[in-house]
Design a protein around this ligand. Structure first.
Ligand code: PAF
Length: 312
């Protein structure tokens, strides 16, 4: 076990803790989270460490009210700071920034917020209006407070990752945004803070999501239509799976043209409710390429997204 990370809860404490590294020109790495840390977050921390070397790695833990809509699970969202600090200590995190809502939003709701553009009204954004405005606003604030050189986000929330990259590019924020691979259980289930809400039988049903993505990956060589059909067929096995969307897009979440040349990189994304829990997952695939050009859902893959719809 490494030394415990230093806990900062105010902007001043955070700035003081990072001053020395900044003065010495050491790069700062940031892993923004909402806590309830699991192995997926631990792997984001390891990626940040690889990028910044002996520079400080900061993990922010903040359940951001602005990204929760009415009827969403803000109050139910797990808050597990003592356990989170253990995970951070184990991973050699230098600073944990865990501010209060008042610290992040001192005058209440901000008057100036970030407009995430058209990409925020599709996929997750369709059922979660305002969600990405809240995400981008808080991430921009965290970037302002931490001033990281590198920030690491999971590919699991793929639309979020694409939007954050877009924000950094469009607003010239000068942060290197790294998308880390999704960490999975041995049976393929993508790690998520929400998995804890699944009953034993729901957890088994949830496996149809990653299976469907894997089947699409395995059939990508035969083209987009086949890959989607096979994934859709797989999802029909899930008797408790209420599908929201299954789509095949470009890696930037744009619509795939009807005819794509062999070797075209694409992304398949799925969202469904299993019982009361909404789950999302996604995988990269290469259309029309030799089978096996990306590895399976339980393994690693080579690349780092409107869209072809697979109906419910
Ligand atoms: O992915 C998350 O945990 C959150 O959306 C983030 C990026 C920490 C912003 O609150």
């Amino acid at each position: 076990m490494s030394a415990r990370p230093v806990l900062a809860s105010t902007r001043e404490e955070l700035a003081a803790l990072l001053a020395e590294a900044r003065a010495a020109g050491r790069p700062v790495g940031l892993v923004p989270t909402m806590g309830a840390l699991h192995e997926g977050h631990a792997s984001l921390v390891r990626t940040a460490r690889e990028r910044v070397g002996d520079g400080p790695v900061v993990v922010s833990i903040f359940v951001n009210p602005m990204q929760f809509g009415e009827g969403e699970d803000l109050d139910r969202y797990p808050r597990t700071l003592p356990e989170d600090l253990e995970v951070c200590a184990h991973e050699g995190v230098d600073v944990v920034f865990a501010p209060s809502v008042e610290e992040v939003y001192p005058g209440g709701d901000p008057q100036v917020t970030l407009d995430p553009g058209p990409l925020a009204s599709v996929l997750e954004g369709r059922t979660r209006p305002g969600h990405y405005r809240g995400v981008l606003t808080v991430v921009a604030k965290l970037f302002g407070l931490v001033r990281p050189d590198v920030a690491v986000f999971g590919q699991k929330d793929y639309q979020q990752l694409v939007l954050i990259r877009r924000m950094v590019a469009d607003l010239c924020l000068g942060v290197d945004v790294v998308g880390a691979e999704t960490v999975r259980e041995p049976d393929g289930l993508a790690l998520s803070s929400r998995n804890r809400y699944l009953s034993e039988s729901e957890r088994l049903e949830a496996l149809w999501l990653s299976r469907a993505l894997r089947v699409a990956q395995e059939n990508a060589a035969y083209g987009a239509a086949v890959a989607l059909d096979e994934a859709r067929a797989e999802l029909r096995h899930g008797k408790q799976v209420a599908l929201d969307y299954l789509v095949l897009t470009t890696p930037d979440l744009e619509e795939l043209p009807d005819d794509v040349p062999p070797g075209t990189e694409a992304r398949i994304l799925v969202a469904a409710r299993v019982g009361a829990t909404r789950l999302i997952d996604n995988l990269p695939l290469v259309l029309g390429a030799e089978p096996g050009s990306t590895t399976s859902v339980a393994g690693t893959h080579t690349q780092n997204t409107h869209t072809r719809q697979g109906g419910s």
